[in-house]
Design a protein. Structure first.
Length: 276
């Protein structure tokens, strides 16, 4: 049932995550307006039932909640505060949700540029694309609790767990903490499985055994779904955030230095052998 406070939802960014989230929102009965600079992605979204917009501004003009989910901090700046961006079209009383993984200062920058009468949430997600398909994302939220409460009926269509963590920027700090744990666990998992292969055991059998042991982790279970671009970007952001408060993180620094080694090809060689 559509909540009477939000009658339409917008998505700026119709890629793998954005479209998956939009599909759940549409399934709940909300009309969805979408925009993507990539024509192919936009075409796929329209086929799925998204109402096409000619710009991020037009998405905002037609929506009460606008989810911005684009690849980088600069992309968010352009999508929100550009000449034809979300802020140029956002209606009084609407909510802008920053769903990308960002530096906290980018969130602060966007908050300062938000027009009067428009609210903003810091809303990155965790668990990845498959969870987005299933409507089982974990949402890490920063901002005002009252704004979250207004948006929550929509967020619950694609978010299985919604964690309110504090003021704007708190969601991004939590996402960075999650990313550090994820990539460190994933790199360690691959090293351990490489060791077991060298000792003559089947790494895939060892991995399945670990699912029932205290060494189990979400990262261990996702070794067949690695996007090599993510750990590099995430660990750069993590170490920049640590440096901003003078926090020394030697293990995380080591992971940043090795982030480029994480790839699906490298994982497959360990799991399935050189021929994979």
């Amino acid at each position: 049932m559509v909540d009477d406070k939000i009658s339409a939802v917008g998505f700026v960014g119709q890629g793998r995550m954005g479209l998956a989230m939009a599909k759940h929102v549409m399934a709940a009965g909300y009309p969805v307006f979408g925009y993507d600079i990539n024509a192919e992605a936009m075409g796929t979204a329209v086929e799925a039932g998204v109402n096409p917009a000619s710009s991020a501004r037009q998405v905002a003009e037609n929506s009460d909640l606008i989810c911005v989910i684009v690849p980088s901090d600069d992309d968010v700046r352009q999508a929100c505060d550009g000449a034809d961006g979300v802020f140029a079209g956002a209606k009084n009383g609407s909510i802008v949700a920053l769903c990308s993984s960002l530096m906290p200062e980018t969130v602060s920058e966007m908050a300062a540029a938000t027009p009067e009468g428009v609210d903003i949430l810091d809303l990155p997600s965790a668990r990845g694309p498959i969870a987005a398909d299933q409507g089982r994302l974990a949402l890490l939220v920063g901002g005002e609790q009252e704004v979250l409460q207004r948006a929550q009926p929509v967020l619950e269509t694609f978010g299985e767990a919604i964690h309110y963590l504090g003021p704007l920027g708190a969601g991004q700090i939590a996402k960075t903490a999650n990313n550090i744990l994820l990539w460190c666990n994933m790199k360690t998992s691959l090293e351990v499985l490489s060791l077991t292969r060298s000792l003559g055991l089947d790494p895939e059998a060892i991995r399945e055994a670990m699912y029932d042991c205290s060494g189990d982790s979400w990262a261990l279970r996702q070794l067949d779904r690695i996007n090599p671009a993510w750990p590099v970007k995430d660990m750069i952001n993590a170490m920049e955030l640590a440096a901003s408060v003078g926090e020394k993180m030697p293990m995380s620094q080591l992971m940043k230095d090795m982030a480029g080694q994480l790839s699906q090809e490298a994982a497959n060689k360990i799991l399935f052998g050189e021929e994979a």
